[in-house]
Design a protein around this ligand. Structure first.
Ligand SMILES: NC(=O)CC[C@H](N)C(=O)O
Length: 428
């Protein structure tokens, strides 16, 4: 069978192709001259399969789409406290290059506006790293997200740096407020270099997929940044990634995203896929016109809005069955599906409302697909409380969905995983 996904993507591009509204960024000469008709899309799944259509092998400068990735590197290199002390996480409602800092602290409001991104740029690498070492770390880090070696487009760099008056003004304000502690010109040069890295829409989709995949590149398998850093980065993308269009974006599209003035747009759908589009004409917020349209379409066609979840599946407590009588009897509580907070609550509720009557209780995890952290803790606490109530507790877990079960103080549990042991337990 031929996959329907490339056909769908081609059809989606066709539906926006004739829209010529918006304009290429005019404040960077090299971008003003870009071919405005380019159009491309790429999807990269969380297990690394890519689907692309249109001008998918055309390179363009990454621009502001570098911001979330460099933020992730700074968080990984310096830790949350150091980065948050210098840059906040509040959406501004202002344009990306607004000359605004938080009253009182003088911090940039968030890492997605230029003031925040210039500051974040200076926080990559170990403290005291030279500007060259920092630039190197950024190229290496972004390349790890993309799964291939990226390079700087010198012409774009020079074109932007030749008229980076506004970013220099921002950097001077940051220096005056002691938010950055090095020369403003050096900070702007490094930041502009980071914005000049060349990518294709396929690179961007893989970079976004690495965020969607808890920080592990789904194709190379390289762990790029820790999961806690990904959570922070995606949260900031969701609230600040589309600048003064962020609220409209989050309500209508509902995917953590980031745009850039060269016309790129990425979205990272946690646990599912990275998506990227490329079309250089921009709206008044500096976001790609056709890119925004494509994302709206993807969300409504494929139910990608983060706040829209499928209806709850069948109860995680699949059945409770009693075998045998008296002391040799056993109650088997069979669970199923994914166990997160709501599922775990259901399990403890049922065991509390209708306590098992047999001495032996077996919790059967054979049909459980995954157990989240809270699910694990609540199941183990239930085991502990059942033990304290006088039960002998067993976990039927041949696939080890609950590895190393330790119910803690006063709890005891026997893991049953062999086929014969399971049969023996149930037959008594
Ligand atoms: N929104 C953007 O893509 C802006 C990036 C650009 N390099 C700038 O600093 O102005």
């Amino acid at each position: 069978m031929r996959s329907p996904i490339p056909d769908y993507l081609a059809e989606a591009l066709g539906s926006v192709e004739f829209d010529q509204s918006g304009a290429t960024a005019d404040y960077i000469p090299e971008l003003a001259d870009a071919d405005p008709d380019r159009l491309a899309v790429s999807f990269c799944t969380e297990d690394g399969r890519r689907y692309s259509q249109g001008d998918a092998d055309v390179e363009f400068s990454i621009q502001s789409i570098s911001k979330p990735f460099v933020y992730a590197l700074a968080l990984a290199d310096r830790g949350f406290d150091e980065v948050l002390a210098k840059v906040g996480v509040e959406p501004t409602g202002d344009a990306f290059n607004e000359l605004s800092l938080e009253p009182g602290t003088g911090r940039p409001l968030n890492p997605m506006i230029n003031a925040g991104a210039i500051t974040v740029h200076t926080l990559v690498g170990p403290p005291g790293a030279t500007p060259e070492a920092r630039n190197e770390r950024i190229v290496d880090g972004l390349s790890a997200f993309a799964g291939r070696r990226l390079r700087v487009d010198q012409r774009v760099y020079e074109s932007e740096i030749s008229c980076a008056y506004r970013n220099r003004a921002l950097a001077n304000m940051l220096r005056a407020n002691e938010i950055i502690d090095e020369g403003p010109l050096v900070a702007v040069a490094g930041y502009t270099r980071q914005c000049s890295l060349l990518v294709t829409v396929e690179d961007l989709a893989m970079m976004a997929a690495t965020l969607a995949n808890r920080g592990v590149n789904p194709v190379t398998g390289a762990p790029v940044v820790p999961a806690a850093v990904v959570r922070q980065t995606l949260s900031v993308m969701a609230t600040c990634g589309m600048y003064d269009g962020a609220g409209d974006w989050m309500t209508r599209v509902g995917i953590p995203a980031k745009s850039g003035v060269s016309g790129g747009l990425i979205g990272a759908l946690p646990g599912q896929a990275g998506i990227a589009t490329f079309s250089p004409r921009l709206d008044r917020h500096g976001n790609s016109v056709r890119g925004v349209d494509l994302f709206r379409r993807f969300t409504s066609d494929m139910g990608m809005h983060l706040m829209e979840v499928p209806p709850a599946g069948p109860s995680v407590v699949r059945s409770r069955r009693e075998f045998g009588h008296g002391p040799s009897g056993v109650e088997v509580v069979s669970l199923q599906g994914e166990i997160r907070f709501a599922g775990a609550e259901r399990i403890v509720r049922e065991l509390a409302d209708a306590p098992p009557t047999r001495k032996r209780v077996a919790i059967n995890l054979m049909r459980v697909s995954s157990v989240g952290d809270v699910g694990r803790r609540m199941i183990l606490e239930a085991v502990r409380r059942l033990t304290l109530d006088g039960h002998d507790v067993y976990l039927i877990d041949p696939d080890r969905v609950l590895p190393d079960p330790d119910p803690g103080e006063g709890g005891r549990v026997t893991v049953v995983s062999g086929r014969d042991d399971i049969r023996r337990l149930m037959s008594k």
